[in-house]
Design a protein around this ligand. Structure first.
Ligand code: CP
Length: 308
């Protein structure tokens, strides 16, 4: 039984195949409209979400299937003390595939170890968010035509940003990729990502606090919000939250082909005035996320023998 807990649960060739399937779905959606007829996705979201939950659900509907949904711990038996392990066993009796978001790192893995159907991690605490990474990779491929030979800037909360950790993990497997890590001192990329991913893979990277100086050399800029929900005190969050705000003025320093990505939700870190710039790709990223989730669910349901 294949589960997707970490982006590394997918090989490079599987990711390439998912991007190819997503592009085919975009080109001929009717060919996919009945493939999950009679199947059910359970979305178990114990932490807030707009994009991930709705895009999973839209993805399953567009494949002809149905959706069962838990939205928030308060409305499920988690509020009575039911464990993630028991929840996964129970939901396996009702659905064909699970997408789970949980505030605790490792919760999706526990669900996978106890479910009898495929489990997809839709975000576990500050750890991983592999399907956001699939949306990011698809967008990069569609905008730049490649996933190799790229200089990628990550800006903002690189400490708590699970989407950053997952995308660095994914891109580190492609050749010629280097990173510029732009953050306040307190929100630098954790050592476990530098020592566990960048250094063993021989990835070139540099750390800086200066967004403006970094902009001219980037192929991609991945902006992130400061993750309020992971801070221990509000004072630190308020001090750091507006460390970087991308504006049209700053964007003038970037090349004409640089793409601006953001996993969203945006708070204040990209000015709304940037949205009309052709380099702003974050709403395309949202749409690509739905197609990649369709491709991923098809792959896992085929692997589990639930579709032909
Ligand atoms: N990018 C993302 O995970 O958004 P949501 O929190 O709205 O799902």
């Amino acid at each position: 039984m294949k589960h997707i807990i970490d982006i590394l649960d997918l090989s490079v060739s599987e990711i390439d195949a998912l991007i190819s399937t997503a592009q085919d779905i975009i080109a001929q959606p009717k060919e996919y409209a009945e493939l999950c007829r009679g199947l059910k996705l359970a979305t178990l979201f114990f932490e807030p979400s707009t994009r991930t939950r709705l895009s999973f659900e839209a993805a399953m509907y567009e494949l002809g299937g149905n959706v069962l949904s838990v939205t928030g711990a308060a409305t499920s038996s988690a509020s009575k003390g039911e464990s993630v392990a028991d929840t996964a066993k129970v939901v396996s009796c009702y659905a064909d595939i699970i997408a789970i978001r949980h505030p605790k790192e490792g919760a999706a893995l526990v669900a996978a170890q106890n479910a009898s159907i495929p489990v997809i991690n839709a975000g576990d605490g500050g750890h991983c968010h592999p399907t956001q990474t699939l949306a990011d990779l698809c967008t990069i491929y569609r905008e730049k035509g490649r996933l190799s030979d790229l200089t990628v800037g990550f800006c903002g909360d690189l400490k708590f940003g699970r989407t950053v950790h997952s995308l660095i993990n994914a891109l580190s497997r492609y050749s010629g990729v280097s990173f510029v890590l732009i953050s306040p001192e307190e929100l630098k990329l954790p050592s476990y990502v530098k020592d566990g991913v960048l250094k063993p893979n021989g990835i070139t990277y540099r750390q800086t606090t200066d967004l403006e100086a970094a902009l001219p050399g980037l192929d991609l800029l991945y902006m992130t919000r400061v993750q309020r929900e992971r801070f221990f005190n509000e004072e630190d969050y308020l001090r750091l939250k507006d460390s970087y705000i991308l504006t049209p003025d700053k964007l003038r320093l970037a090349g004409p082909d640089m793409c601006v990505l953001h996993p969203l939700p945006r708070v204040n870190e990209i000015s709304v005035a940037v949205d009309n710039d052709p380099r702003a790709c974050y709403f395309k990223q949202v749409l690509n996320g739905k197609y990649m989730r369709m491709a991923l669910m098809l792959m896992l349901l085929k692997d589990a023998g639930r579709i032909g």
